[in-house]
Each structure stands twice: as C-alpha cells, then as structure tokens.
Design a protein. Sequence first.
Length: 505
Amino acid sequence: MQNTWIRKLSIVSLVLVILVLFVAWFPKTQSRIFLIGDSTMADKPLVDNPEHGWGQMLPLFFTKNVQIHNHAVNGRSTKSFIAEGRWAAVYNQLQPGDYVFIQFGHNDAKKEDTTRFAAPRPDYKNNLEKFVRDAREKKAVPILLTPVTRRDFDSSGKYVGTHGDYPAVMKEVAEEENVPLIDMFEKSKKLVKLLGDEPSKSLYLNGVKNEFRNWNKKRDNTHFTRPGAIQMALLAVEGIKKLHLQLENELVSIQSINLVGSGKVVGLDYFFNNEWRMKKDSVRERWHYTWEDTTNSGFSLLGRSIDLLGADLDTLQCAPTDSVLNRCSVYIIVDPDTPAETDKPNYMSEDAINVIVPWVERGGVLVLMENDKGNAEFEHFNKLAERFGIHFNEDSYHKVIGKEYETGKNDNLPAHPIFKNVNQIFTKEVCSLRIEKPAEPILMENGLILMASARVGKGLVFAVGDPWLYNEYMDSRKLPAEYENAKAGKNLFGWLLKNACSTVR
C-alpha cells in the first residue's frame, strides 16, 4: 500500500515538473489589437508625408508582445465599413482574447453622402452594437473610443469643437452593453483647449510648414501630424491604464520612447537602384529595396521602423546634387544596378561622388548596402566606398539553401549599439569588406569583415555587404522568430540618426 502511494506521488511530481518546464519553455503568447475606424486612426503613406493616424503611432507604446493590426481607413463610417466588407474581414480573423478598438463618428455625420451617413439614432447606434456583439461572439474584447476632436476655435479664440450626438450615443452603447470606453473626444478636447489656438496647430495638418517636398494636401484641423498622432495615441494609452485592461501589462514606459529621428529625413536612393516590374494590370511599378514595396523584396517594414523613430522618409530619384542631399540627414544607397537588372544602369559617377563626399564631411550619414557577386554592381560603387576606406569584395558568404537558416546566422555579435540586446541576426549571400583608415570593422566572422563604419569630417558612413533589412528577413514570414534583424535594424537607425544632423549644409 505504501509503495503504491509513493508511486502515485512520484507520478504527480513528474507531471508537475513537466508542466513547469513546459510553461517555462513555451513562448509568451502575443496579444492582438484590431483597430477599426476612420482617417484619424488609419495608417498613412510614409514617403514625403507629414500626416499620421494615431493608430499608426500606437505601437510606440507597446512591447513586441502586442501585435497591432490597423484596419482603419480614410473616409469610412460605421455604415460604409460594414457595407464594404471591411468589418467581415476583421471578424473572420478574430480569435478569443483579441481586442477590437472601435472609433467612428467623423464620417457618419456626413448627411450629403448616403453611402456613409449614419444618423446617431438608430443607425450609428445599431452599427456600434453590431461590432460589439460580433466581437463578443468570437470571444474578443470590444473597446469603444469616441471620435477625436477637431481643432475648432472661433474668431475670439474660444474652443467650440463638437461631434454632435455621436459621442453621447457611443457612451449609451458602452453603458447598455457594458463595454469599456475610452472617451477620446473629451480627452483630446481638453488637450487642444489647454494648448490654445495657435500652439495646437502643431498637432494638426494646419500646422505643417513647407519642409515636405511634394506634399500639397489641404492643411486642415481634422488630421494629425506625427506629434499630434503621438499625443492622441498617448490619450488612448491613458484610457487603457484607467480601464486596467490586461494590455497595460505590455505598455512601455513613456520615458523609454526616444524619437531620435525627430526633425530628420532618411532618403533612400532610387537612382542607382532603379528597378521596375510589370504588375498584373500591365502597369509598371518600382520594386526591390523601395519604401513602397510591401512584398518580400521591399523596405516597407524598415521604413515603418524608421518612422517610429520619429524620422521622415523621402526618395532620391535623380543623381545626387547639393540641393537634393542637403534636405537629407541620412542617405541610403542599396544594391546598385547591373545590366542584368536594368537596361541602362545609372552607375556611380565622379560627379555624384564629388557631391556625396563633401555632404558626409559636413555631417551627413551615408549608408552603403551592397549585395553579393553577380547581384550588384561593384566597380563604380567601390569608387565611392573607397573614398571612406571601404572596399566591397566580389565574393559571397552565407549561402543559404532552402530553409537551412543556420548557415546565415550571425550570433557572435560585438558590443556595439547596433546589437544591443540582440542575440542573433541573419545575413544571406553577403559580400565581405576590405577596409583601411578611417574605416573600422563592426561585425567580423572567421576573419571576414561583414560590417564597417567610418567617421569622416562631421559625418558617418556605415557599410554592409548585404541588403539584410528587407521585408523577407524583418519579420517571421520566413525567418524563425529567434532571428532579430528587426531589432538590430531599429538599433542601427537609432544609432545613425543619433549621429545625424537635422539638415546638412
């Protein structure tokens, strides 16, 4: 009898040990937030564009354990969001424990547009109730957010902002359906009133100056600049804390948010890398290491990361000149074209070199990303690199076949700002570097230099033999999650922007 009891106790102990080990080993599940709403919440194009939706800046305030899926779209009301199938698309993705942040009201009030107008009662109210009940059907957590205020002062400087009955109706739904509510209208109204007429312009497009090259959108008092979007996102975060949602455990400290790129521009070369492809509708489009390319070959995720550092994005579609480069703090040249990629490649010229080098010496930050032998031009590109003590070798390392990602792993990382809190990165078919003063190695492997930098005058040059921060290797669409290119990329541009001037003249 005693032996039987001991055996049972041993089995129970073994099970408990296994459970403890399983919990310790199993990665922490991610929380997911789905945002549905209008243009004040939506993601905006990043290139040469001051406008930001507050949902676009919300990732600043969360750890990597929170995924934010922003489905808010310009011009949508509760009515049109449902009619266009946008809510169905979100509903079909919802899983138990997901959050749905619901903010509408701006466009529901547009009586002149029958496709969008939803009277406060019953239409707007009914639509909100549908969102809430559908989300709960999927065991997701709906959160209601009243519409953010417009900047609206009268001639005497008195604030008169209003959204009619829409905020009140949303509060009714919150109370009747027992839904957590964040009163963005009252919070944003209080903020704008506190700032006053003139200072509050900086939050809205009305306050945009002429620093954007091609942006000519009407300046208004509804849509936000990046600072405005950040302020509105912060109001939402305050609401999350007040409601004591489980999400508050994944909020980062406000002090840790460092907009090191504020007031700075990161320009990406589209001249030396000038590749085009034909879309299905027979329309030509740029691709391959561009901000706009969201496929595996693009830099859209890198651009998003840089945007969250506070920097603006731009493109350089012609040979560099003083006037073009002077508006950039950081200038990236990646994968210069070969005749196999472009019929008439734009090779690096002495004229371009004689513009770029003095720009660096005055304080510009230059990023040179080569590729491996056979996939990029070396001869002309090296004429620029060699001015900074850097030479790209025509070789190739880390040949990765299929899913043998181990052969592309770099885990012996130096104590450098790029690799702070980074355990390993991935580079594929990377060319090595040969350097001399003023260049210094950053990342070495088996005697090979894979990354280097050079201090030149007031400026800085960073060189790597692989465009290693393109979309395919910035998330887990291919790479296993333990590879941390995204974190290293954020660190890299945080370091570069810290060393960059706002303007280089």
